[in-house]
Ligand binder design. Structure first.
Ligand code: NAP
Ligand code: NAG
Ligand code: NAG
Length: 287
């Protein structure tokens, strides 16, 4: 069994490296002047993506709910080298705001090359105690608004041979305790955008879809939840942001960051009971 496991892990690693080596190389200049919309950009990974796009000289629109914070992020983007940095406050739980944001970006930038969907609404880190209304609301913020915005931007992305970048999570591939509402919204994203990718490819569309599977990232909101509860390592938000941007720019269908999330994705189905054991034992819980 031990040897078998080693052989399996070795073959996964070889397959992984083969994928890495054949990945198209990233041309930073391709982002100069690129027209980009980043959602959830007032803080966390979205904020870091705004700064990285700015360093590449992109034209950026950022959005989130807090206008005063967006203004500060936009100013910093300009100081880092963004050709344009505009912001619009919006609540993705509202029915009309998602489309309002796309219309704003199309109007101000004259089209879009990258639509980076990244925002999430706050959700508790605890056992689910029956709050259905919270899940209904979180689905609006974390899922329905993504669908709405992607559809609204699709024509422009077809014209520009652009890219849709979806920031998802390992919890969109593998459920874990204490995050039932959140993991549901991420599974929904993976299902929807996986299906849409097939359809676009069958239609010979010009648009690429990148779904990014992230492990634990050291943003304030994530660290506040897991501090003292788990020893899972957290990776830096700025590095996650750069990897997401490169994945979109090179039009790759998937990103796994950090690298071992790829192995977890595969091993969860190959060794389901070991995986469940590891997951349940990586969190502190006393009933
Ligand atoms: N951090 C991690 O460990 C981790 C792991 C895997 C995947 N991810 C994914 O990475 C992405 C970013 O995560 P993060 O940790 O950077 O999140 P974060 O720091 O909590 O930031 C969330 C962003 O969404 C905005 N937002 C919240 N509610 C909103 C609403 N109703 N309408 C519009 N915007 C709203 C927030 O700004 P306002 O409050 O100003 O609205 C903020 O800009 C998410 O898709 C997340 O699922 C993160
Ligand atoms: C792809 O882009 C070209 C312009 O470069 C356009 O003529 C064509 O209609 C686009 N394809 C689709 C499916 O929209
Ligand atoms: C993730 O795991 C599933 C189930 O093992 C597999 O079908 C899928 O191909 C994996 N994704 C990647 C990109 O390896």
């Amino acid at each position: 069994m031990r040897t078998l496991t080693k052989i399996l892990l070795a073959s996964i690693s070889v397959a992984f490296l083969a994928v890495k080596w054949t990945a198209p190389s990233f041309d930073a200049e391709s982002l100069t002047g690129a027209r980009v919309l980043v959602t959830g950009a007032s803080t966390g990974i979205g904020e870091q993506m705004a700064y990285q796009y700015a360093r590449f000289g992109a034209q950026i629109v950022i959005t989130a709910r807090r206008e005063n914070v967006l203004q500060q992020v936009a100013e910093k983007c300009l100081s880092l080298g963004a050709q344009k940095a505009l912001y619009i406050a919006a609540d993705m739980g509202s029915k009309s705001d998602p489309e309002k944001v796309i219309n704003f970006a199309l109007e101000k930038l004259g089209g879009l090359d990258y639509l980076v969907l990244n925002h999430i609404g706050p959700s508790p880190f605890s056992m689910w105690e029956g709050d259905v209304e919270h899940i209904r609301w979180l689905m609006k913020v974390n899922f329905f608004s993504y669908v709405q915005m992607a559809w609204k931007a699709l024509d422009s992305l077809e014209q520009s041979k652009g890219s849709l970048v979806i920031v998802s999570s390992l919890l969109g591939k593998m459920p874990s305790p204490f995050v039932a509402p959140y993991t549901s919204t991420k599974f929904a994203l993976n299902g929807f955008f996986g299906a849409l990718r097939h359809e676009l490819s069958m239609k010979k569309s010009n648009v690429s879809i990148s779904v990014c599977t992230l492990g634990l990232i050291d943003t304030d909101s994530a660290m506040d939840k897991v501090r003292g509860v788990t020893n899972v390592p957290a990776y830096p938000a700025a590095d996650a942001a750069l990897n997401i941007i490169i994945t979109g720019a090179t039009r790759q269908p998937e990103l796994f960051y950090p690298w071992f999330t790829h192995i977890v994705n595969l091993s969860k189905d190959w060794f389901p009971s070991i995986t469940s054991h590891i997951i349940q034992n990586s969190y502190k819980y006393s009933p």
